[in-house]
Design a protein around this ligand. Structure first.
Ligand code: ADP
Ligand code: ZN
Ligand code: ZN
Length: 731
């Protein structure tokens, strides 16, 4: 008697047993295929994990699965295993994890095949002369077809203003024909342009990478502008020449189209970019092209880690320190960490690249688990930026800007170059207050202030998205003396426009770039090279090249120095250096000015005077003393409810229960429960329990027990709880 054990998308951490669909030929059934089955009152798509002959339930209690959707599993065995492993490591329900590893259309039951797109082209001997001169629509259309000998889709014809209604007429006259798009292996040429001649450092890195056989994890630590990307490109070139594919993960694609265009400029092989603007159909097609080996380079963000490759050759993780590689909700996996495992399974090299590597990766490099390669010089002939801390204690700030900074901005603009101002707050100002009674505009759903925005004018909570109008009078004392407090990007933009009316001020933040293509337009303006001021948030720090920027100003360098999160310092240092890296990239030497109230802070001093490596070494030392990651392994159990105090007492009781039952493995420790750093958020009261251990195995043993308790526990149904293994932040 055979039983199908299915992973079904549900919050339950278990598999479900079914009888195979009526008349199933079991000889050809492979784990990983999709199966539809009744679940509760509906039919769902599950993934077959195994065929077994045992069930804890009586046979006559088992329901029958309905149908089998695949002959071949969509994910190859090793990725199927990787996703299952990740579900167990990150304590996430397997059904949901497996679904997240495949494209949306497959989750919805679409066949695992390309959509055969129909294209049109002119018939071999077709010419305009064969049409009557007054058949203008047909002439127009035939001209369009003649311009596209490779074929053009009806959508594209419409987009070009052609009349698809005339297609059938042309076809009847044997002047046009339709055909299916074929995804042909383009195995002629690999390179589109010649690679750059590497400098000595790059050369030796590439040599190290290329001399590895099979799996090797390489940490490529290279200052911004040192030519890491060029090393990636040439390492990929080798893989392509061997007939293999490359998988490149980047933190963000939408905002940095340059990354993709650089790959397309270099290589003539088919490249797919898995970005968020793709339709589900386009995503599945790209995914299939990767699986079938048609696409040779696959560039994507976090979720692309599960993209199957037919001939895996190399994996690159660019900006490996970026927190976006860790999913922050639901299935909380780290794409970077899974990528290392994947490379091991596929027996290929993997490069983790960054100017500011995560302390985890550095620790692995120090321990010798990763090969540590360094690029210390900027490529080409640009020089590294010079740092300066501006002590702003007792300074009168002009909308957040010190006199020193303003005059520096002036001299750079007048010298004909560009200035970049970094501020990690969007909106006009972080809040609105009453000058007479001290009232502050707070969000009533969060422990947070409402941010004041001026374009368009409103108050906005950046934590729960609540929006409201701006009051004319104080709700407490009715005074009309309401004042903005603090500086956001909109306010900086306004102040700079007043200070420098002759120069364009360009704001770059989530609000100013919402429109499609707005980022491209901004980049076009910046690329003209004319003097201007860019003012913006993190968005400016990611991946863009601003060759004409000679001054980078960091308005508030202190923002993360005293964070409640132990990674606060690391993130601050990374952000500062990423922003600083925008300066002086080409032949213009750059300057970085950082306003601070703590110019004597030892960490800032180390960073500014001795660079990231020195900072990281110190920080690793501190982590070791405090027994924090990467020297211990962490997990966070978060809970939230609408009733104040309940999440905390729930976690406290759970901790007590596990201790009473002596289920705390040796070497595992708790901290808490404590209210979360932002206790109330979007109307929910939140608390967390931190769990840490020297060795992973005991930590995971406890987490497994914890999950079991939570799933049995009646109280647990009244709270929303989640487990975060290796959390990227502790909020
Ligand atoms: P990173 O990725 O480390 O920030 P990039 O690869 O973007 O650095 O390189 C920075 C700049 O230096 C780019 O404009 C790139 O074209 C140039 N560059 C890189 N390698 C070389 C080289 N060997 N010779 C000349 N220019 C180079
Ligand atoms: Zn008031
Ligand atoms: Zn809120």
């Amino acid at each position: 008697m055979s039983i199908f054990r299915l992973a079904i998308p549900s919050p339950l951490r278990r598999l479900f047993d079914y009888l195979p669909p009526e008349g199933t030929d079991l000889s050809n059934i492979k784990p990983g295929i999709r199966v539809t089955a009744p679940f509760g009152r509906r039919d769902v798509i599950g993934i077959l994990v195994e065929v077994t002959d045992q069930s804890e339930f009586a046979h006559n209690k088992l329901k029958r699965a309905k149908s089998i959707l695949d002959t071949e599993p969509p994910l190859p065995q090793h990725l199927f295993k990787l996703a299952r492993w990740a579900a167990s490591y990150y304590q996430h329900p397997e059904g949901d994890a497996l679904q997240q590893a495949i494209p949306t259309l497959l989750r919805k039951g679409a066949p695992c095949e390309h959509q055969h797109e129909i294209l049109w082209r002119a018939a071999p001997d077709a010419s305009i002369a064969q049409l009557k001169s007054n058949a203008s629509r047909q002439i127009e259309l035939l001209n369009l077809l003649l311009e596209h000998p490779q074929g053009i889709s009806t959508d594209a014809i419409r987009a070009e203003g052609g009349h698809t209604s005339a297609l059938s007429t042309l076809e009847e006259k044997e002047l046009a024909e339709s055909f299916h798009r074929e995804h042909k292996q383009n195995n002629q040429q690999i390179l589109h342009e010649a690679p750059l001649a590497l400098n000595a450092e790059q050369q030796s890195c590439l040599h190290e990478i290329n001399s590895r056989k099979g799996f090797a994890c390489i940490l490529l630590e290279g200052v911004t502008g040192s030519g890491k990307t060029e090393v990636y490109l040439q390492a990929i070139e080798k893989a392509l020449k061997e007939g293999k594919q490359a998988l490149v993960l980047v933190p963000e694609i939408g905002l940095t189209p340059q990354t993709v265009s650089r790959f397309k400029q270099r290589f003539s092989v088919p490249i797919v970019a898995l970005h968020s603007n793709l339709t589900d159909r386009q995503r599945l097609d790209a995914w299939l092209q990767a699986r079938e080996g048609i696409a040779r380079i696959i560039i994507g963000t976090r979720s692309a880690i599960f993209t199957p490759l037919q001939t895996p050759g190399i994996i690159i993780i660019d900006e490996e320190h970026d927190p976006s590689f860790k999913q922050q909700d639901g299935f909380r996996y780290s794409a970077r960490d899974l990528a290392v495992l994947r490379a091991r399974h596929e027996n290929t090299p993997i490069i983790l690249g960054s100017a500011t590597p995560s302390l985890e990766s550095l620790h692995n490099a120090v321990e010798g688990k990763y090969h540590w390669l360094k690029l210390t010089q900027r490529a080409g002939n640009s020089s590294p930026p010079e740092f300066k801390l501006l002590d702003i204690r007792q300074e009168n700030l002009n909308d957040g800007l010190s006199e020193q900074l303003i005059s520096a901005i002036r001299s750079h603009l007048e010298g004909g170059t560009q200035v970049l101002l970094f501020l990690n707050r969007r909106g006009f100002s972080p809040t609105l207050t009453c000058h007479d009674c001290g009232w502050i505009a707070d969000c009533n759903r969060c422990d947070a202030h409402m941010t004041l925005h001026q374009s368009p004018p409103h108050l906005h909570c950046h934590h729960c998205d609540k929006q409201s109008g701006i009051p004319q009078r104080c709700p407490e004392c009715n005074s009309d003396q309401l004042q903005p407090v603090g500086v956001g990007t909109e306010r900086s933009e306004q102040a700079l426009q007043k200070l420098f009316p002759d120069f364009p001020v360009i704001r770059v933040d989530r609000d100013s770039t919402q429109r499609k293509h707005s980022m491209q337009e901004i980049m076009q303006q910046v690329n003209t090279g004319n003097p201007c001021i860019l003012v913006g948030t993190q968005m400016l720090a990611k991946g863009h090249h601003f060759p004409k920027v000679t001054l980078v100003a960091i308005i508030n360098a202190d923002s993360g120095l005293f964070s409640a999160d132990f990674r606060g310092m690391e993130r601050t240092a990374q952000l500062i250096l990423q922003v600083a890296g925008r300066a002086g990239r080409a032949d213009h030497p750059g300057k970085v000015m950082m306003q601070t109230y703590h110019s004597d802070h030892p960490t800032l001093q180390t960073l500014v005077n001795h660079g990231y490596s020195a900072f990281a070494q110190e920080e690793l030392h501190n982590r070791k003393i405090a027994q924090l990651p990467p020297f211990t392994h962490y997990a966070l159990l978060r809970a939230e409810t609408s009733i104040k105090g309940r999440a905390e007492s729930f976690l406290g009781a759970l901790r007590q229960q596990l201790e009473d039952d002596m289920l705390l493995p040796h070497g595992v420790h708790w901290i808490g429960p404590f209210p979360s750093p932002m206790e109330k958020r979007a109307g929910m009261h939140r608390a967390q329990l931190m769990i840490y251990a020297q060795d992973r195995r005991s930590l995971h043993q406890l987490l497994a027990n914890l999950c079991w308790y939570l799933e049995q526990n009646k109280e647990a149904r009244k709270v929303r709880w989640s487990i975060d293994v290796d959390p990227a932040d502790t909020f």
